[in-house]
Design a protein around this ligand. Sequence first.
Ligand SMILES: CCCCCCCC/C=C\CCCCCCCC(=O)OC[C@H](COP(=O)(O)O[C@@H]1[C@H](O)[C@H](OP(=O)(O)O)[C@@H](O)[C@H](O)[C@H]1O)OC(=O)CCCCCCC/C=C\CCCCCCCC
Ligand SMILES: Nc1ccn([C@@H]2O[C@H](COP(=O)(O)O)[C@@H](O)[C@H]2O)c(=O)n1
Ligand SMILES: [Mg+2]
Ligand SMILES: [Mg+2]
Length: 206
Amino acid sequence: MAKIVQTTARAVVSYGVNPLARFLLRIGVSPNAVTVAGTVGVLIGSYFGSQGHLFWGTVIVTAFALTDVLDGTMARMRGGSGKFGALLDSSMDRIADGAVFGAVVYYLATEGNPYGGVVAALISLVFGQVVSYVKARAESLGLNADVGIAERLERLLIVGAGGLLGAAGQEWGLPAALWVLAALAVITAFQRLIHAARTEPKVPAK
Ligand SMILES: CCCCCCCC/C=C\CCCCCCCC(=O)OC[C@H](COP(=O)(O)O[C@@H]1[C@H](O)[C@H](OP(=O)(O)O)[C@@H](O)[C@H](O)[C@H]1O)OC(=O)CCCCCCC/C=C\CCCCCCCC
Ligand SMILES: Nc1ccn([C@@H]2O[C@H](COP(=O)(O)O)[C@@H](O)[C@H]2O)c(=O)n1
Ligand SMILES: [Mg+2]
Ligand SMILES: [Mg+2]
C-alpha cells in the first residue's frame, strides 16, 4: 500500500518537478544545494507550526518537503546519483522529520497536551526515526527492510492532515492523527524487523 501511494504521488508531482529540475540545473544549482535548502525551509515551516500557525506551518513544510523529490530528480537528470548525495538526502530527512515532530510536541505542550497528543507525538518522533534506522542498518548488513505500512511519505501526510484539521479549529484533529501515526510507526518498525529477519540467508547445517 505504501509503495502504491509513493508511486502514484511521485508520478503526479513529476509533471511539475521535471521542468523545475531541468531549469535549476541549467542555472547551475546543484542537487545537494536543493537538499540543504529544502531542509532549511522545513525548519522554518516547523517553527511557524510550533508557534501555533498550523495552516502556514503545514503549507511551508509541505512546499519544502516536496524538494525531496526535486533533488533526486536533478541528480538522475545530471546522469549520476552520488553516494554522498544519497547520504545527505537521508540525513536531511531525519533532521526535517525531527523538526516537524519537535514542533508538534512544543505546540501541543503549550496547548496543555490535549488528548495526550504530546505522548503520541513523542512516540511518532522516536518510532519514525527507528523505522528509518532499521532500514538503513539492515541494508548495511546486507538484509532487506524496505517494507512497511507507514513509510516517510505516509507519516508526513498523516501529520499534515492533522495540522490542517487543527488549523480548521478541530482541537482533536492533530492529536487524533498523531495517535494513528504512533500506532502505524510502531507497527512499521516491527514489520521491517520481521522482514529483515526473513531475508537473512540461512547458514547450511553441517
Ligand atoms: C504543527 C506543525 C504541523 C506541520 C505538519 C506538516 C507536515 C507536512 C505535511 C505534509 C507533507 C506532505 C508532503 C510530503 C513530501 C514528502 C516527500 C518525501 O518524503 O519523499 C520521500 C519519498 C521517498 O524518498 P527517498 O527514498 O529519497 O527517502 C527515503 C525515505 O526518507 C526513507 O524513510 P523511511 O520510509 O525509511 O522512514 C529513508 O529510509 C531513506 O533514507 C530515504 O532515502 O519519496 C516519495 O515518496 C516520492 C513522492 C513524494 C510526493 C509527495 C507528494 C505529496 C502530495 C500529495 C500526495 C497525494 C497522494 C496520492 C496517493 C494516492 C494513492 C492511491
Ligand atoms: N542531493 C542528492 C539527493 C538525492 N540524490 C539521489 O537521489 C536519490 C533519492 O531520490 P529522491 O527522488 O527520493 O530524492 C538518492 O538515493 C540519491 O541516489 C543525490 O544523488 N543527491
Ligand atoms: Mg530527495
Ligand atoms: Mg530525502
